[in-house]
Write a new protein. Structure first.
Length: 295
């Protein structure tokens, strides 16, 4: 009996173990954001004492906040550029036929499959050959980030487009909607969740990247580069504050999206019932009128 009960719940137990393995490091980051930094420089990651100084003074090291601001700027611009270009490319690959379409689909996966060290060194060689060896910095990092985020955007938006039927667009055209009206009122709202997911993925990849950025940054220092450099001496607890804030923002985005999805589902489920009740009420009114006035 006990063995049968264990076998029936083995998948549940394994899932719980995976969740624990995943969330323990996250819990440590949150916990260490309230940890007091030891007086002596040490790379040992241990608990000392509870404090709120890390949250009250997140920019105790100004170079950390400078790197954070630079990473956010590059992440936002790279997300904007990659999302626009990737969305246009995804529409072209799904909705249009052109010479080289199948080959383009294969080339899209190359930046995703290539090791980052290979991609970073190749971009560095390209910039040096183009005479930008002395100008490595913000713009070279931005170009590199847009390039490797582009593939993820195309794949994400294309998968969303491939699962959509064109019947709604045809219905909009039958109702005398112009192509622009059909796109903005029918197609774009349906594709927008895929575009938003691709944008969030692009920002996460850009903000987190180290290898490609380190090879093409020149004298610029992003937040991951700062963390790598300072970890050889000590580990500032303010780094955990930044990680906790980004974790909270990610949770809020996911929870907000889930709540919005459930609200839309409830609205869609209530509308048919309201329509049926109106039909029943109208039918009852006609029946009552016919009973009062047989003629």
């Amino acid at each position: 009996m006990i063995m049968r009960w264990l076998r029936s719940r083995i998948v549940l137990f394994l899932g719980i173990l995976v969740l624990i393995y995943t969330f323990v490091p996250i819990f440590i980051v949150v916990m260490m954001s309230f940890n007091k930094l030891p007086s002596e420089q040490s790379k040992i990651y241990r608990w000392n004492a509870f404090t709120l100084d890390n949250w009250l003074h997140p920019c105790a090291d100004p170079s950390m906040c400078d790197g954070l601001v630079l990473s956010i700027k590059i992440g936002l611009l790279a997300t904007l550029g990659a999302t626009i270009l990737g969305t246009l490319a995804a529409f072209a690959l799904v909705r249009h036929q052109f010479v080289g379409r199948s080959g383009t689909n294969v080339l899209i996966f190359l930046p995703m499959a290539a090791p980052e060290i290979v991609m970073g060194s190749s971009l560095l060689a390209l910039f040096v050959a183009g005479g930008l060896a002395g100008q490595l910095g913000f713009w070279t990092i931005l170009i590199a980030h847009i390039m490797f985020c582009l593939s993820f955007v195309i794949v994400t938006v294309r998968s969303r487009l491939a699962g959509l039927s064109d019947t709604l667009e045809q219905a909009a055209a039958d109702l005398y909607a112009t192509p622009q009206q059909a796109f903005w009122r029918v197609t774009f709202p349906l594709v927008f969740p895929g575009i938003l997911g691709a944008a969030l993925l692009s920002f996460s990849l850009s903000f987190d990247d180290f290898i490609i950025t380190n090879l093409n940054a020149g004298t610029s220092t992003t937040f991951p580069m700062y963390v790598w450099g300072v970890s050889r001496r000590t580990i500032p607890m303010q780094i955990n504050v930044i990680g906790t804030v980004m974790l909270l923002l990610s949770v809020l985005i996911v929870v907000g999206g889930e709540m919005n999805s459930r609200r839309r589902q409830r609205a869609l489920s209530v509308e048919p019932r309201a329509r049926r009740s109106r039909v029943v009420t109208a039918s009852g009114a006609r029946s009552a009128a016919a009973t009062v006035d047989p003629a």
